[in-house]
Design a protein around this ligand. Structure first.
Ligand SMILES: *Cc1c(COP(=O)(O)O)cnc(C)c1O
Length: 491
């Protein structure tokens, strides 16, 4: 049943022919003041296509100036997923991978970069550190610094690629959480990612304070799903004198909400608080301006929107205003010290200014080249272009869900979906977090068996993240169609 329909959907006649005839306008996804659903409806009208037809999805794909990037990723087929059961276990069709918010797909260029390093190690041994023409290990971090800095809106000297995310949360807190008896609290969002919550609690304990008295948690208002900036700012104004550090996710992992980092930072600084952000779900997803926003520190992982692979090396930002404040506490190691003196082995102090001075160890080379491979792809487009497509791709998902399964449609009965992610595109990135009127688990299992890869986050949300780099409008269309079939099957 599924494969028969999938066969129709991937009919080579239609999209391929269209694609050859068209030269996509590089500016096709320009940002407009319209909500993307309005723009998509206008485009559909101009094509005389029904908004929810697969033909329209294919037309959008053929207009998409970024569509060729998909073939530069290893995009899993359904058979690749090794499903244990279901009607499609051996299907060669593309899976419907909408899970880049959890683990981005592998760029095809990554393997050879990793193999090059294994070869280098094999042939050169320790000489790979400095005595090679290509990518000497001793300075490997410098190859990923600039592109990373561009993605977060920072000077290269404000960024260092090191450690992993949760470790870098601790690095940032060690430097910027300096509690005193009057000012000892940390402000964070309700339902912060557990690792962030644990890290914050443990930092409070390390300094001898009691987490039960030291957390200022901002939650959505009763009956609402997402945070209001005005509530965050008000809490900062009211309690700021006792808050040492404000630490939010730039994009909330559960709801997909983009927080107003500029306003939060400004409000925090006005009250004398330090301000940091966890950018796990923000980097590579939405444009960021950490330098201009005067954020004190930030950190991120590279395996979600940056496609650097499972457990890949993390990133750290510290604002230029702190670049030469060598009194900031840190977990010193040789790598945070000047390269000229680093190998003298005589304990000369020579902390590097900026983010580099927060390094402890020599970097993980294999992971760093995985990131390099991914960043080279970002360098061939821009976060602005990706974001412009992303707004429309996610807007298309939202539009189809609204047309087909809206709770508010008086002409429909049967299962419905609700979005907890903001409708305002400026307050969200690629991800939509969805609730259902029927069993989330049953729907999830049913679509998983048919080659959909999304994730569940407890207690009751499915996160769906169409990625502008490698997802098509047809992927989104297939997902929404299967969701409808799942509703009939499980209710
Ligand atoms: C993914 C994620 C993490 C994971 O941390 P690791 O140290 O990379 O395991 C932490 N915090 C947030 C907000 C995340 O989204």
């Amino acid at each position: 049943m599924y494969s028969a329909r999938a066969g129709v959907m991937t009919d080579p006649q239609h999209p391929q022919k269209e694609k050859k005839k068209r030269t996509p306008d590089p500016d096709f996804w320009r940002k407009t003041s319209d909500h993307p659903s309005t723009r998509l409806k206008t485009i559909a009208k101009s094509y005389n296509a029904a908004v929810d037809s697969v033909e329209f999805a294919r037309l959008l794909d053929s207009d998409d100036p970024l569509s060729s990037f998909r073939s530069e990723f290893h995009y899993p087929s359904i058979a690749d997923l090794d499903l244990k059961s279901g009607p499609a276990t051996s299907s060669k069709d593309d899976s419907i991978y909408l899970c880049g918010q959890s683990l981005g797909l592998q760029p095809k260029s990554t393997r050879s970069l990793v193999l090059d390093e294994l070869d280098k190690w094999e042939k050169k041994g320790v000489r790979g550190h400095a005595h090679v023409a290509q990518l000497p290990w001793v300075t490997i971090e410098s190859t990923v610094k600039e592109a990373s800095a561009r993605l977060v809106g920072a000077l290269p000297s404000e960024v260092c690629i090191m450690n992993t995310l949760s470790v870098n949360l601790h690095v940032g807190m060690l430097a910027f959480y300096r509690p005193t008896s009057e000012r000892y609290k940390i402000m964070l969002e309700a339902k912060a990612f557990p690792s962030d919550h644990y890290a914050i609690q443990s930092q409070i304990q390390v300094h001898g304070y009691d987490p039960s008295e030291s957390l200022v948690i901002v939650a959505p208002r009763p009956g609402e799903e997402t945070l209001r900036t005005e509530d965050i700012v008000k809490t900062i104004e009211e309690q700021g004198d006792a808050i040492a550090l404000i630490l939010f996710g730039g994009v909330q992992y559960y709801t997909g909400q983009v927080l107003d980092m500029a306003r939060i930072t400004e409000a925090g600084h006005k009250r004398g608080c330090r301000v940091g952000f966890d950018l796990a779900h923000a980097i590579g997803n939405v444009p960021l301006r950490l330098h201009d926003w005067h954020v004190d520190f930030a950190c991120w992982c590279t395996y979600k929107y940056l496609n650097a692979g499972p457990g890949a090396v993390g990133g750290f930002f510290v604002h230029d205003t702190h670049a030469r404040d060598f009194s900031l506490p840190r977990m010193e190691g040789w790598w945070g010290h000047d390269l000229d003196t680093r190998f003298r082995m005589d304990n000369t102090r020579g902390l590097l200014p900026g983010a580099d001075g927060f390094q402890s160890s020599n970097p993980p080379v294999l992971e760093t080249v995985c990131l390099l491979s991914s960043l080279r792809m970002f360098n061939r487009t821009s976060i602005e272009q990706l974001r412009a497509k992303s707004i429309h791709l996610t807007g298309y998902l939202e539009l189809l869900l609204d047309i087909l399964y809206s709770k508010d449609d008086p002409n429909r009965s049967g299962p419905y979906v609700e979005l907890i992610t903001p409708r305002n595109v400026d307050e969200r990135g690629a991800q939509l977090s969805i609730r259902f009127s029927v069993s989330l688990k049953n729907v999830f299992d049913w679509i998983t068996e048919r080659g959909v890869v999304v994730d569940l986050r407890k207690p009751d949300v499915m996160r769906v993240g169409p990625m502008p780099f490698y997802n098509s409008f047809e992927d989104v269309h297939k997902f929404v169609r299967l969701l409808g079939e799942a509703f009939s099957a499980v209710s």
